[in-house]
Design a binder for this molecule. Structure first.
Ligand SMILES: *[C@@H]1O[C@H](CO)[C@@H](O)[C@H](O)[C@H]1NC(C)=O
Ligand SMILES: *[C@@H]1O[C@H](CO)[C@@H](O)[C@H](O)[C@H]1NC(C)=O
Ligand SMILES: *[C@@H]1O[C@H](CO)[C@@H](O)[C@H](O)[C@H]1NC(C)=O
Ligand SMILES: *[C@@H]1O[C@H](CO)[C@@H](O)[C@H](O)[C@H]1NC(C)=O
Ligand SMILES: *[C@@H]1O[C@H](CO)[C@@H](O)[C@H](O)[C@H]1NC(C)=O
Length: 471
């Protein structure tokens, strides 16, 4: 049953994005799982396919002598020469399709618009005898598939805190967060790891005030909570790629794991929901590790991870595609008509997986019981490359003073901290009915190291208040 599946288009025919209609995601949901299990879905689809590739990404350097095979895709990455010309006139696109300007070369370093008083991107994990701010008994909305202790995970991973080099990241105080965001609207926009962060934030904030569930779409892709005492609205918005993407149909018309990603158009599902937001937290990257196809100007221009499958297609590499969609997303936010001038956007940098001795469904696991040492994480990994690309694109949009120059952009740079947390994933500690003989070494246990992302968010938000006077 895939009634809503858009047909795989003949090459050269641009497709229109129907805002609000049954999207590609719902098709996948309907055909694969019961509709309410979004995160199961995330587990079974995001990970299953992304890991096909990411077992090669190897953020864990197993031994000094065991050289990490670097992705051949990265070696081939040469952005400036591969940037295709965008010579298409997009002027008569329907309104809900966001057309993007042609990609330009990266600018150099630019003055930061958002002063980061504490550089949390570098540091180490140190013992924290106090443990987490909440437990599986004090967070009623903790999803089962992140409730690792319920399914037998030892609690050793809970007694650590991130110690940045040269400054402190204070313990998360839920009341403080709610004071800082009083009367505001904040959205997490991204995939199942964005959901992981909002689940963490809901647990953290629920220690001070119970959130009220006010909206969910039929597939749990878009959801809104309200904290009435603080008039704070918290939203999650689902997007795998930020760009408009359509599942590729296989032989029987059923979606296969690949997507056609339209690099020059953003998905309207999330862009149409930007007006009214005070804060947006964007993230992503994991879905690009499938065999995907890249489109531009209505033409298929290449692919990702397709080496060997399609001799005639250029494999642009994950970092290239991530750069394009991050650039498109932040430019669209910077130039968004109808968005608040005061909208502040944070990019949460790439979150690595830690599969060892295999990948998602072929025996890979992640049963370490302590954070990795710094010398055990590889700075040659794709995770670190994607983090670099993401930071560069934030820097670039900050430097571009034209258009939405007034809107501010920041980063929640968690990549290195998370590269060291091979001990913080569910592994096989989730409901066996959903396990399908696989381990989850991509998402993060709750409570767990992912709570730190919200500590960083609180720091950054606190630094913003009181809001600076308009220029
Ligand atoms: C909470 O975690 C403990 C282990 O710390 C476990 O025994 C218990 O079953 C869990 N309870 C719930 C409701 O998740
Ligand atoms: C609550 O916040 C919204 C913005 O999110 C604002 O429009 C509204 O006036 C606020 N309500 C109260 C009672 O302060
Ligand atoms: C590659 O392109 C050539 C020439 O257009 C065509 O003959 C060949 O079938 C293509 N190969 C594949 C694998 O699509
Ligand atoms: C689970 O995965 C392991 C490792 O690949 C394999 O040996 C085993 O047969 C699998 N079990 C089932 C029930 O599929
Ligand atoms: C992790 O699992 C492997 C394979 O089952 C086992 O050999 C190893 O001892 C385990 N490590 C820990 C710390 O439990």
């Amino acid at each position: 049953m895939a009634p809503l599946l858009p047909p795989s288009p003949p090459s050269g025919s641009p497709r229109l994005l129907k805002s609000g209609s049954g999207s590609e995601w719902s098709v996948v949901v309907q055909s694969n799982v019961k509709s309410s299990l979004l995160l199961l879905l995330a587990i079974s689809t995001v990970a299953a396919f992304s890991i096909l590739y990411s077992s090669r990404s190897l953020t864990v350097a197993r031994t000094a002598g065991e050289a990490l095979t670097q992705s051949p895709l990265l070696a081939a990455l040469d952005l400036s020469s591969r940037m295709p010309e965008d010579d298409d006139d997009q002027s008569d696109e329907p309104a809900e399709v966001v057309s993007l300007p042609a990609a330009a070369p990266s600018t150099g370093e630019a003055a930061m618009q958002l002063e980061e008083k504490c550089d949390i991107s570098r540091g180490k994990w140190v013992r924290e005898p106090n443990g987490p701010v909440y437990t599986n008994l004090t967070c009623p909305m903790l999803p089962d598939f992140k409730n690792c202790q319920k399914f037998g995970k030892d609690d050793a991973h809970l007694y650590w805190r991130w110690q940045p080099d040269g400054c402190e990241l204070p313990r998360f105080v839920p009341e403080r967060f709610l004071d800082v965001v009083r009367g505001k609207r904040l959205a997490f926009i991204g995939d199942s790891l964005a959901r992981n962060q909002i689940d963490s934030l809901l647990c953290l904030l629920s220690q001070a005030e119970a959130p009220v569930d006010v909206y969910s779409d039929a597939f749990d892709k878009y959801r809104t909570w309200h904290f009435p005492a603080h008039n704070f609205t918290l939203m999650v918005m689902w997007t795998e790629f930020y760009a408009h993407a359509v599942p590729v149909a296989g032989a029987e018309g059923k979606p296969i794991s690949s997507f056609d990603i339209h690099l020059d158009r953003l998905g309207a599902d999330w862009t149409s929901r930007l007006p009214g937001l005070d804060y947006a937290v964007i993230s992503g990257g994991n879905w690009f590790f499938r065999v995907n196809y890249l489109w531009e100007g209505g033409r298929r221009i290449g692919c990702l991870n397709c080496a060997g499958n399609d001799a005639n297609l250029t494999d642009f590499g994950v970092a290239y595609a991530v750069r394009r969609v991050v650039r498109a997303a932040v430019e669209a936010i910077a130039q968004c008509r109808g968005c608040k001038t005061s909208l502040v956007t944070f990019l949460r940098t790439y979150s690595p997986d830690h599969f060892e001795h295999g990948s998602w469904f072929d025996g890979g696991y992640c049963n370490r019981t302590a954070p990795l040492q710094e010398r055990e994480v590889s700075m040659e990994s794709i995770a670190w490359e994607l983090r670099r690309v993401q930071r560069e694109e934030v820097r670039r949009v900050r430097a571009a003073k034209s258009g939405g120059g007034a809107r501010r952009f920041g980063v929640l740079d968690v990549t290195k901290a998370m590269m060291m947390r091979a001990d913080g994933h569910p592994d096989n500690h989730f409901d066996s009915r959903w396990r399908r003989n696989g381990s989850d070494c991509l998402h993060w246990c709750l409570p767990g190291p992912v709570d730190m992302w919200n500590g960083v968010l609180l720091q950054r938000l606190a630094e913003l208040t009181p809001p600076p006077a308009a220029p």
